[in-house]
Write a protein of this length. Structure first.
Length: 319
């Protein structure tokens, strides 16, 4: 499932539908109704075009349905199959998918992507085939994405080149309406959850090499690495570092060996994002190149929409 973005402006192509709303998750951990009100507010703001899907766990679909009550305003969801993380068996995934059917039946609700963190790496081909078959059964013609997250704990449990190659192999037999891609976690409260620059670069390079689309999550509240967060800590990864590196790599404007250099950059003045192009130092990509890349580097989930948007405003990238 491609992310269709503007080709008229490099800034628009880079930022359009970039931030999935994960306000239900820590550290924000909003209650359902306040999270939905905040999401509606984002959709009505001047920066509505930066906002993507509303992310909910499958275990909370009943609560979501109750909070929606008589609401029929359109909302696009990405649902995390959280029961699957506990067992990674076909029946637990199937139970989550049955929960998802409850929200798909609600007026105005679209489920456009599913996410899961599954054990059994390297990729369990039989389990993967069962999951894909279950998804295809429920989405026989509708576009849907399934984002698979690998485990990371102070290092990759399986090198990205291996598990992304396995996803690439599975993608060869998936129907055209199903995007089977990867999900990379860029931070977290747990010690060891944040990948190093080198490890994150290895993921970006491997995803490009195997032509696997991906989304990111966690730890990306700020545009650039090194900016001070509200707690005074150093930001380990910036979302503009990540997505400009990925776009430039996809466009052939950046060598794989230099991806880590872009991710490690801490000087905001080394970057340019304007209607004409997005650039890091001498590396430059234009609107059509970025739009093409966004079909592969799709979005990132953030528990805050306001933090990244306010940072972009302060930097003059958003007016």
């Amino acid at each position: 499932m491609a992310t269709a973005v503007s080709t008229d402006s490099a800034k628009r192509a880079l930022l359009e539908r970039l931030i999935d709303d994960a306000g239900l998750f820590p550290p924000a951990a909003l209650a359902m109704r306040p999270a939905l009100r905040a999401h509606a507010r984002h959709a009505e703001s001047a920066y509505w075009w930066v906002a993507g899907r509303f992310v909910i766990p499958a275990s909370r679909v009943v609560e979501f349905a109750a909070a929606r009550s008589l609401e029929t305003a359109p909302i696009e969801l990405s649902v995390i199959l959280d029961a699957a993380a506990l067992g990674a068996k076909g029946d637990t995934v199937r139970a989550d998918l049955e929960r998802v059917e409850r929200v798909r039946a609600l007026p105005g609700v679209t489920v456009s992507s599913l996410e899961a963190r599954l054990p059994n790496l390297p990729l369990d081909e039989a389990l993967t085939a069962r999951i894909i078959a279950d998804i295809v059964e429920r989405y026989p013609g509708t576009e849907i994405a399934f984002w698979y997250e690998s485990a990371y704990d102070t290092g990759w449990s399986t090198p990205p080149d291996e598990w992304l190659a396995a996803i690439a192999s599975a993608r060869k037999t998936t129907p055209a309406n199903l995007t089977f891609g990867a999900k990379v976690r860029c931070g977290g409260e747990r010690t060891g959850a944040t990948p190093s620059v080198t490890d994150l670069a290895a993921f970006v390079v491997a995803a490009h090499a195997h032509d696997v689309p991906w989304k990111a999550t966690a730890g990306l509240h700020h545009p650039f690495r090194g900016l001070r967060g509200v707690d005074g800590g150093v930001v380990p990864h910036g979302f503009l570092n990540l997505f400009i590196a990925a776009a430039a790599l996809h466009a052939g404007a950046l060598e794989p060996a230099r991806v880590a250099d872009v991710l490690a950059e801490q000087d905001p003045l080394a970057f340019v994002v304007d209607p004409a192009h997005a650039a890091w130092r001498e590396v430059r990509v234009e609107a059509q190149q970025i739009a093409a890349a966004r079909e592969r580097c799709v979005a990132f989930g953030s528990c805050s929409f306001d933090e990244p948007v306010n940072d972009l405003r302060e930097l003059g990238i958003l007016s």
